[in-house]
Design a protein around this ligand. Structure first.
Ligand SMILES: [Zn+2]
Ligand SMILES: [Zn+2]
Length: 215
């Protein structure tokens, strides 16, 4: 991949700076190639030497283009955890992380331990309901977000970040508020109008930060 990126960079140079260098060396469709490129660097240099120096300076970005930042890292973990969900209606994964980037707890949604799994008929509500939002207040499944808090105990959740694959429902918003989780990073929007209102009001009072991350 490094070679691919370098070739694109050289092509960029050729295309936009009209350099004669290696003009016909690569038989590649530039735009097609660029679509698959993970790193884009703007080339403002005028000579090959300048260009080479510029590349050396940017080498960290080129060599490790796939190293995820922390939000990506934890969200990917949340998606792995989601795969363990046993709820037949919706799978959700969550990770609770402290300010030192240490994972404190993880959870996915599903029925409590003492019951049959949701996908084995453990939750009648999930089994019978056709929609997701109407059943929440009667559903037997523990949600991934509340599972994270339960794992830890509410005394250890203050000023943590929750990564969740789905925007928290009203029930979980209440739990997260009580647990004093200070940041929520989510991916899928879900369909929770009231949750959004609750969270938006909390943001106004600077109690919680919320960010959407598109995975
Ligand atoms: Zn369920
Ligand atoms: Zn929930």
């Amino acid at each position: 991949m490094e070679k691919l990126i370098l070739m694109i960079l050289q092509n960029l140079m050729i295309k936009y700076k009209s350099f004669q260098l290696c003009q016909h060396k690569y038989d590649l469709n530039f735009l097609e190639l660029a679509k698959n490129c993970k790193v884009y660097l703007k080339n403002n240099t005028n000579t090959v030497d300048e260009f080479t120096n510029y590349l050396k300076q940017q080498m960290v970005k080129i060599i490790r283009p796939f190293r995820p930042d922390w939000d990506v890292y934890f969200m990917k973990i949340a998606y792995t955890i989601k795969q363990r969900s046993n709820c037949m209606k919706k799978s959700v994964g969550a990770v609770l992380v402290n300010n030192n980037k240490r994972i404190l707890s993880t959870s996915y949604n599903g029925t409590p331990k003492v019951m049959k799994n949701c996908n084995e008929g453990g939750c009648d509500v999930c089994k019978e309901s056709k929609t997701l939002d109407l059943i929440l207040y009667k559903c037997m499944c523990i949600h991934a977000e509340e599972g994270c808090i339960l794992e830890l105990g509410i005394t250890q959740t203050r000023n943590t970040t929750l990564y969740t694959t789905l925007f928290p429902c009203v029930w979980c918003c209440k739990a997260l508020l009580q647990a004093e989780v200070s940041r929520i990073v989510y991916c899928e929007q879900g369909n929770w109008d009231l949750s959004l209102q609750i969270i938006q009001n909390l943001i106004k009072h600077d109690q919680i930060d919320i960010e959407q991350y598109i995975y």
